[in-house]
Design a protein around this ligand. Structure first.
Ligand code: SF4
Length: 436
């Protein structure tokens, strides 16, 4: 039976936003925006979405057609053409949300038979409501650490000048200049602005081959977002940059393991002496490592040297799903678990960088495995990051190795974890030790 949605319900639904062939984005009257989690579709409502966070970006998805909710007949429909302008092709629109916001749904679409892979972004659901874009997200970290409004270009330039005078012949300082000024990397900018967390990229190699690696894509046709560091800084160069940050910033963090490098555990030969040099000069500052956690014995050595915290990346806590995405070489998922256990045994701050993909992360199978993991490994923090990867390609890869049931909802997952593990912190950024 065809029925028109009640006004109250239709009013709280977000109006669909779509794009035309020219990439122009507009509202589509008569249709509500739809979010997708695996095979599950939901019409987006004002009450379950937020105003699109500052710094987020809209993208249109070529070779795909949007799934929308027809307000007239109450059905989900895939639209290839604009019903108000026959002959005009329609494309889905997605939001790449700012750091600190976890997506609950992907933009809903069907892809054409020969669609290529989407580039390395996350594709959050978005709609329009009362003069604003709204996205399907949950805020997990309100800290403005990477808020671009607080990164004035002239202040970054002033910081670059200052650091040039302070560290005139340091190649790592030079590399960070390129990150901050050419790539617009917020972590690089924060080093020159003298605030929060400074990056210490070091490693050229990695022993994983993540499908969505941001610094290396071989023969995939997908552009990587940043070039991998092309040299290994010396221990002295690393220590100089780290100390410049620690000695001038309150509650400072310095972090190995950035988006523009391989895995820092493979560069321990310079990192270990660098940490010792830093710690021979100061007890202040938090020395952190973001890593795949593949080598627990090396991590132990780095803890001995003075590493304070570790953040270990996981797309899944199920070994077959982990292997299908990380494609490890020369290590096993159990080594990653061993690294987590080592950090906990050494009383270090241990976080996981848990890569969220709606429909997979909130599937009952992954949820059960995550709860088991959290009971066995009482880590201090989950850093929620949206997986920057083509959602349908990811789903296909994961379905090939494990079952995924009907998702329970990302919001629901976060609530259940908070209820069952009240001491576990949620966030996005590496905290300073003053906040452990
Ligand atoms: S662990 Fe990091 S550097 Fe290594 S392949 Fe994965 S994303 Fe790339």
């Amino acid at each position: 039976m065809v029925k028109k949605q009640s006004n109250a319900k239709a009013n709280s639904m977000l109006t669909a936003v779509v794009a035309n062939q020219a990439g122009e984005i507009f509202e589509l009257e008569g249709y509500a925006a739809v979010g997708m989690a695996g095979e599950t579709l939901v019409a987006l409502m004002a009450g379950t979405t937020r105003s699109m966070p500052f710094g987020s970006e809209l993208m249109y998805l070529p070779e795909r057609h949007p799934i929308l909710y027809n307000l007239l007949n109450g059905k989900f429909e895939t639209l290839k053409e604009n019903p108000h302008a026959p002959g005009e092709s329609l494309f889905p629109v997605a939001a790449f949300n700012s750091p600190g916001y976890v997506i609950t749904h992907n933009s809903a679409y069907r892809q054409t038979r020969n669609a290529g892979y989407l580039p390395l972004f996350s594709y959050g659901a978005v709609g329009w409501h009362r003069t604003k874009f709204r996205t399907a997200v949950v805020l997990v970290d309100p800290e403005p650490r990477q808020d671009l409004r607080q990164m004035k270009h002239e202040e970054v330039l002033a910081g670059v000048d200052k650091m040039r005078r302070q560290l005139p012949v340091n190649r790592l300082r030079q590399h960070l200049e390129k990150c901050a000024l050419q790539y617009g990397c917020p972590a690089g900018k924060n080093f020159f602005l003298g605030r929060y967390e400074a990056p210490l990229p070091t490693a050229r190699q990695c022993n994983a081959r993540c499908l969505g690696c941001l610094s290396l894509q071989k023969n995939t046709g997908i552009p990587h977002s940043q070039d991998r560091i092309a040299f290994t800084p010396t221990a002295e160069e690393i220590a100089q940059v780290a100390l410049a940050h620690i000695t001038s910033v309150k509650k400072s963090v310095v972090s190995f393991g950035q988006g523009c490098e391989g895995d820092p555990l493979l560069a321990a030969d310079v990192i270990e002496p660098a940490i010792r040099q830093i710690r021979s000069q100061t007890r202040h500052g938090t020395i952190n490592m973001n890593t795949n956690g593949s080598r627990p014995e090396i991590l132990e050595r780095l803890f001995d040297a003075g590493l304070d915290s570790v953040r270990i990346s996981l797309n899944s806590v199920r070994d077959n799903c982990y292997d299908a995405y990380f494609r490890p070489r020369g290590y096993r998922f159990k080594d990653v678990l061993q690294s987590i256990a080592t950090g906990l045994k050494r009383d270090k701050f241990v976080a996981i960088n848990y890569l969220n993909s709606p429909g997979f992360t909130d599937s009952p199978q992954e949820v059960d495995a995550l709860f088991d993991f959290l009971r066995n490994f009482p880590i201090q923090m989950i850093q929620w990051r949206n997986l920057n990867f083509d959602p349908m390609r990811y789903r296909k890869k994961m379905n090939a190795v494990a079952d995924q049931g009907k998702p329970i909802g990302v919001k629901n997952l976060l609530t259940r974890i908070r209820r069952q593990f009240p001491k576990l912190k949620f966030g996005y950024f590496n905290p300073p030790k003053e906040n452990f």
